[in-house]
Design a protein around this ligand. Structure first.
Ligand SMILES: Nc1ncnc2c1ncn2[C@@H]1O[C@H](COP(=O)(O)OP(=O)(O)OP(=O)(O)O)[C@@H](O)[C@H]1O
Length: 378
């Protein structure tokens, strides 16, 4: 059990900067998720912690000990890569027990080894496969076995690189729940890398959002969900993606282009004439055509016409034309048809205000607050 501290971590591959200025403290026993798109530097972050990147800069501190420059085996971390290797000529049980036989991890009696392997395989749902060989396993079972090989080792820090990526959606959801349980039981400090926001929200005690080698936000799932640092974070979390509506600012009010939607801005908006209003599709409630007029400003109410209905399993994704702007929302109501007039409502604190606009110098506008309770559709 150990905390993990990264101070000013940086890494380059030739002239390419893969990571820069990464600062984060992961508490003892915390499950920390690094979320980011392909190429953001997620794997590189784990490799730096494990001591596998030549020329990495900054410091890695594990359990209060400065490990910068220490050999990988001195760091007592266990890392699982996305592509796993298993010994083909050994059974699942032998594969799992092998790290405990090496002697590096102390002396384990056969009973202790069996107990540890049984613990991990039960949690991973592969305890009925102990006698099988890798070739007799499905891809998902193989991936779980390989993950088991990592988790079976007592380590100060587990480093897990997209361990569920090869599983089908259903198994992924099950495994996610099991992993959560496992981390709860083991309370071993874990850094878990994924590009899947649902995994991040479900598993992370905290999430660090990585973009182009930099951490752009670190917070609890609720913090990054409710107060995304910028439009990149807002759009990284949630499917369908957050609606971003360009608006012009005048006298403390933001009005979307075309004049359809107006909201009052928080005092924190800098001196800018443009903002983006962020609305999560699932935060918008469909009130139906007969809903009463705006209810004394309790929520932002938008009126529009459904232009497209797409099925998403049991629910439906609606594209709604609100005074010339397309707003995406999701509903479970099967009666909604294209051409229907609808009313959407969203809590004021769910109307995110981002300064600037999409084409500004930085493509990502910072969040400056939630809307004030004034406004609506024309
Ligand atoms: N060995 C290498 N040589 C050169 N460039 C590399 C090397 N490994 C990674 N990179 C580059 O460094 C950046 C970060 O890579 P990294 O593998 O850490 O990203 P990632 O977030 O894990 O991506 P993915 O989700 O696709 O695995 C990318 O631009 C990548 O192309």
């Amino acid at each position: 059990m150990s905390s993990l501290e990264l101070r000013g971590l940086g890494a380059r591959y030739g002239r390419k900067t893969a990571l820069s200025g990464l600062d984060v403290e992961v508490a003892d026993g915390e499950f920390f998720v690094v979320l980011g798109p392909s190429g953001a530097g997620k794997t590189t972050t784990l490799k730096c912690v494990a001591g596998l990147v030549d020329g990495a800069t900054g410091q890695v501190v594990i359990g209060g000990r400065d490990m910068t420059g220490a050999e990988p085996y001195e760091r007592n971390v266990a890392m699982a890569f996305e592509s796993y290797a298993l010994y083909p000529q050994r059974t699942v049980e032998q594969n799992l027990a092998s790290p405990l036989r090496s002697g590096r991890l102390g002396v384990w009696t056969p009973e202790q080894r069996r107990a540890r392997v049984a613990d991990v395989t039960r949690t991973l749902g592969i305890d009925h496969l102990l006698g099988r060989y890798p070739r007799e396993l499905s891809n998902g079972q193989r991936q779980r076995t390989a993950l088991g090989r990592v988790l079976v080792r007592p380590a100060d820090v587990y480093l897990l690189d997209e361990p569920l990526s090869h599983l089908d959606a259903k198994l992924r959801a099950t495994m996610r729940a099991e992993l959560k349980q496992l981390s709860g039981m083991a309370r071993t400090t874990t850094v878990y890398v994924t590009h899947d926001y649902q995994e991040a929200l479900a598993l992370g005690d905290r999430i660090g959002v990585l973009r182009e080698g930099r951490l752009v936000q670190v917070g609890t799932p609720a913090q990054v969900w409710d107060t995304p640092a910028d439009t990149f974070v807002a759009r990284s979390l949630g499917q369908p993606e957050t609606n971003l509506l360009e608006a012009r600012v005048h006298a403390g009010l933001a009005t979307t282009d075309g004049g359809g939607i107006t909201v009052a801005l928080p005092g924190t908006v800098p001196d800018t004439d443009r903002v983006l209003l962020g609305l999560r599709p699932r935060d918008l409630r469909l009130l139906g055509p007969s809903a009463p007029r705006e209810d004394a400003g309790r929520e932002l109410v938008l009126r529009g016409r459904v232009v497209l209905v797409e099925r998403l399993g049991r629910s439906r994704e609606l594209s709604v034309d609100v005074s010339g702007r397309t707003v995406i929302t999701v509903t479970d109501d099967p009666r909604v048809r294209e051409g229907d007039d609808v009313t959407l409502a969203v809590g004021w604190d769910r109307v995110h205000v981002f300064a600037g606009r999409a084409e500004d110098r930085s493509p990502y506008a910072p969040r400056v607050g939630g809307a004030l309770p004034v406004g609506g559709t024309r």
